[in-house]
Every structure is written in C-alpha cells, then in structure tokens.
Design a protein around this ligand. Structure first.
Ligand code: COA
Length: 182
C-alpha cells in the first residue's frame, strides 16, 4: 500500500482504510445534496456499510494497480477524498477524482492535494498522462486543473448520466513532459 502523501499546510493524503468508514460516511451524509449534483455514486451510498464496501473496493483496486484513493486529512480531520479513480498501467495514464466537505472549500486544499497527486503520479507511478474530467458547469472543479496548468483538451458530450440527465464533461490533461517543465 502506498504511504501517505504530504500536501503542505497541514494537509495529508492517507490511503483509505476500513476504519475510515465511520468518519467518511457522516461526511457524505452531511454533504449529500451538493456532492450528488456532480457525483453519481452518492445516490448509492446510504450507510456506513456502503462506505465500507466502497473502501474495500478501492483497496482492492490499489492492490491490483488500477486505482489509488486517499482520505484527505486536514489538521487531523477527514475533509474529503481524492485520488486516481483509474490507472491504465499499459498506457501510463490515469484520471484524478475528488470531493471536499463544504467547510473545507475555499482554502486551496484540493489544489494542494492534486499538486501532491501529480508529483506522486509522475514521479513514483511513472505516469505519462494524468487527466481530470469535470461537468462543464462544475465551475469549482474546472478551476482546479485550470489553476494548475492542465490543457483543456475538449468536451465529451453527454458523458455521464446524473440525476436523470446526461451531462457533458470538460476533459483536462497534463503530460509528464509538461509537468517537468512547468
Ligand atoms: C470541486 C471542489 C473539490 C473544489 O473545492 P475548492 O475549495 O473550490 O478547491 P480548492 O481546494 O482548490 O480551493 C480553491 C478555492 O480556495 C481559494 N484559495 C485560498 N487559498 C488558496 C491557495 N493557496 N491556492 C489555491 N486556491 C486558494 C481559491 O481562491 C478558491 O476559492 P474561490 O473559488 O472562492 O476563489 C469542491 O467544490 C467539491 O467538492 N465540489 C463537489 C464535488 C465535486 O464537484 N467534485 C468534482 C467532480 S469532477
């Protein structure tokens, strides 16, 4: 299992552990409405048991090398998650996903977490390409890759079914060579 990643300013990315379910589920519950606007899995997460099942799944993905999910701990409190939602080892490619609790928004925490994931992905995992997909109307999410110098590569039309409608995704990519010379 990967070690924790330090992101500065009291923020640490720790690989999700089963014992985190007790802190993670109430966070999902308290943020259900705003998270559900953009994250389809929220609708299927209704108990600590569901959260445990999610953690079991992401830990299996980490062992198989096809994903890596971290709890975001800010000054010792769990405030969200971030990580590689998939890793395509054959193509040295991965996608980052994330969410934060309302009270942790607006402090630059996710920008710092994604910065740490880029360093980990390009240096330790030897990735060549890292992407972020966000709903075209998800302004706060899109601001993160834009702030970090990702290239906006285009739009995937009706890429995701969310709340009974199809939403377009903005796709952002960063290549290892771009990250090295940033
Ligand atoms: C997407 C999401 C993680 C963004 O959170 P966020 O707090 O806006 O992002 P950051 O942590 O990078 O913080 C940026 C904000 O902190 C401010 N900030 C303060 N210090 C900062 C710093 N040192 N560096 C960068 N930003 C800083 C920025 O100005 C910005 O605030 P503003 O938008 O009011 O100007 C959050 O809105 C969320 O969880 N949304 C719901 C789930 C979701 O949409 N997930 C993504 C699906 S693709």
């Amino acid at each position: 299992m990967t070690a924790a990643l330090k992101a500065g300013r009291g923020l640490e990315l720790r690989p999700l552990h089963l014992r985190d379910a007790k802190a993670l589920f109430p966070l999902v519950e308290a943020n259900r409405e705003r998270l559900g606007r953009w994250l389809p899995w929220v609708d299927a997460n209704h108990s600590v048991l569901d959260t445990r099942a999610f953690i079991v799944r992401v830990r299996a993905h980490a062992r198989a090398g096809i994903g890596q999910s971290f709890g975001l701990w800010w000054k010792g409190t769990l405030v969200g998650t971030a990580g590689f939602v998939w890793i395509d080892a054959a193509n040295h490619s991965a996608a980052i996903g994330y969410w934060l609790a309302r009270e942790a928004e607006g402090h630059g925490l996710m920008t710092a977490a994604v910065t740490a994931l880029l360093r980990h992905g390009f240096r330790s995992l030897k990735l060549n390409r890292i992407e972020i997909r966000a709903g075209v109307r998800n302004r706060r999410s899109r601001a993160i890759p834009e702030r970090l110098g990702f290239r906006h590569e285009g739009t995937l039309r009706q890429a995701e079914r969310l709340g009974g409608r199809f939403v377009d995704h903005a796709v952002y990519g960063m290549l290892a060579e771009e990250w090295r010379r940033r």
